[in-house]
Design a protein around this ligand. Structure first.
Ligand code: 2HG
Ligand code: ZN
Length: 528
């Protein structure tokens, strides 16, 4: 409580900050690399609205995979009694992505429970040349987790067992279909937490998180899954099981093969189990929600924050005023502070409440007195922390209510990152309904989202490839954390050299010579 007494004093001194424990309910830059402004064949792709898409993100022609026969169904039904689904009503939701922006036409959904079952499925599909679309919680944003045509959907939903947890090392080993939030709940009971957290935690699967190398809200503190994942079990396209399920912090024996499967979106193998290093549950957590009058002030606040909060800083996220408007309009959330052009969510997580509060207080006093921050509120209780976090976590949901959403997930040096939002607002003018910017400032990752009442090819043409060209010009990444999936595969050359992409194709050909695993995803059409 001491912190609030001090905050009250600070409030009267600065007359700005309301520390509360209760929350109120022309451009035409040509890329120097990459021939893929247009793929070789623009073709029709059946989307949920029944429209024809003529963008580079549209699906290529169906490759010559076999089609599922009654004999195939017999095999699957025998292998997975009651778990080889052909009911169109059940298949409907597995064929469509969360954004309802792409839709496949699969007629078979398989729900294995064990690695052995996955192995038998893939061995059979490989022999029969049947394409397979692996699927976790189906929360991806780039069309990577749904079939494009009639690929068999291989769901990890029933592979949801925790295998081991070592409370000395903090290493958790579990099946790929464990829901992230369930793992978090399990670990909290043991006084640990998952090293990643994201808005889709209630549905996403850890296997899907690893396959897409999901970043999320804690990356700033605990690093990427490339560091925290210690081991993987993966079933290769021909059914071989690759057991790299190590639980060692250090292991330099040869190539680190698991890295190939982290972030490769199920195109190289199906992840069936994961071992992951989990941090101790922090004893003290504080969340501050602050307002800034400019992006420059926000960056300076970030600098001060890193310096003054040091090791207890666990998240530094931002949203702009347009995001706030959407939260208020579509989700009826209430802005807990006065209106500002920018908002910051800062989380501290440490082991000593008094120490953390002292540091946070000193930091807040500095940014308030120097006017970097114009208003703010702090929460230490769980329910209030959750309420503050929802202002950041629920933006994607608010955007979905706003109309058709064009999503861009850019990483770039932080100084330049918001310029893209400003440029796009100027460039698109009234043609766009909303142009919003938010994201993981601490990781140099911007989520630029643009909405229109319905899908608008002219608007899309004004956005792409401009966004990718702009990003590439500043050596940024056109997909910081969401992957490439179906939608962005042909833009890979904006962030990777042709040599690198060719090598990726070689690796794919070696591990999956028939290309049955998640076809039409991640790699560009000229490589597959
Ligand atoms: O919807 C988006 O563009 C971002 C989703 C997610 O990565 C987030 O950080 O909220
Ligand atoms: Zn994100």
């Amino acid at each position: 409580m001491a912190i609030f007494e001090r905050f009250t004093r600070l409030k009267s001194a600065s007359r700005f900050l309301q520390y509360t424990t209760a929350l109120c309910p022309a451009h035409s830059w040509a890329p120097t690399r990459g021939p893929l402004l247009r793929p070789a064949g623009w073709i029709q792709h059946r989307c949920v609205h029944g429209e024809r898409s003529e963008a580079s993100s549209a699906a290529p022609p169906r490759r010559p995979f076999s089609q599922v026969t009654p004999a195939d169904l017999d095999f699957f039904r025998q292998l997975l009694p009651g778990r080889a689904i052909t009911d169109p009503d059940v298949l409907e939701s597995s064929n469509v992505d969360w954004l309802k922006s792409v839709k496949g036409n699969s007629e078979v959904l398989l729900r294995p429970k064990t690695t052995d079952e996955v192995s038998r499925i893939l061995s059979y599909c490989n022999q029969r040349n049947l394409a397979v679309s692996p699927q976790g919680g189906n929360t991806g944003l780039v069309g990577g987790s749904v079939p494009v045509f009639d690929e068999i959907i291989l769901s990890t939903a029933l592979m949801n067992q925790i295998l081991t947890f070592d409370s000395i090392s903090g290493i958790l080993t579990c099946q790929a279909g464990c829901v992230l939030e369930s793992l978090s709940q399990y670990l909290e009971e043991q006084d640990f937490i998952m090293p990643l957290d994201l808005g889709a935690k209630g549905s996403c699967h850890i296997g899907g998180n690893v396959s897409t190398n999901a970043g999320g809200l804690r990356l700033l503190r605990y690093g990427s899954l490339r560091g925290t994942v210690l081991g993987l079990e993966v079933v290769l396209a021909d059914g071989r099981v690759l057991n790299c399920l190590a639980t060692l912090r250090k292991d330099n024996t040869g190539y680190d093969l698991k890295q190939l499967f982290i972030g490769s979106e199920g195109t190289l193998g199906v992840i069936t189990a994961v071992s992951i290093l989990c941090p101790r549950k922090p004893k003290s957590v504080n969340v501050a929600f602050l307002g800034c009058s400019s992006f420059q002030n926000l960056l300076e606040t970030f600098q001060a924050c890193r310096g003054m909060l040091g090791e207890i800083l666990s998240a530094f996220e931002f949203l702009d005023a347009s995001c706030m408007n959407l939260l208020e309009k579509h989700l009826k959330l209430t802005n807990p502070i006065t209106e500002s052009p920018f908002y910051i969510v800062i989380e501290t997580a440490g082991s000593n409440a008094a120490h953390d509060e002292e540091k946070l207080h000193n930091f807040l006093e500095k940014v308030m007195t120097s006017s970097l921050v114009t208003d703010g509120t702090v929460a230490t209780e769980e329910a209030k922390i959750k309420a503050l976090w929802s202002m950041r976590e629920r933006i994607t949901e608010a955007l979905r209510h706003d109309g058709y959403t064009y999503k861009y997930d850019i990483s770039l040096s932080v100084e330049k990152i918001y310029d893209l939002v400003t440029h796009m607002r100027e460039r698109l003018g009234d043609r766009a309904q909303n142009v919003v910017g938010y994201g993981h400032i601490g990781d140099g990752n911007l989520h630029l989202n643009i909405t229109s009442p319905s899908k608008d090819p002219a608007l899309l043409a004004a956005i792409e490839p401009y966004v990718y060209e702009w990003t590439s010009q500043y050596q940024g990444s056109i997909s910081a954390e969401h992957g490439l999936g179906l939608k962005k595969r042909n833009y890979i050359y904006y962030s990777k050299t042709p040599e690198a992409v060719t090598l990726m194709g070689n690796i794919k050909a070696m591990l999956d010579p028939k290309g049955i695993l998640n076809p039409y995803k991640t790699l560009p059409d000229d490589i597959c």
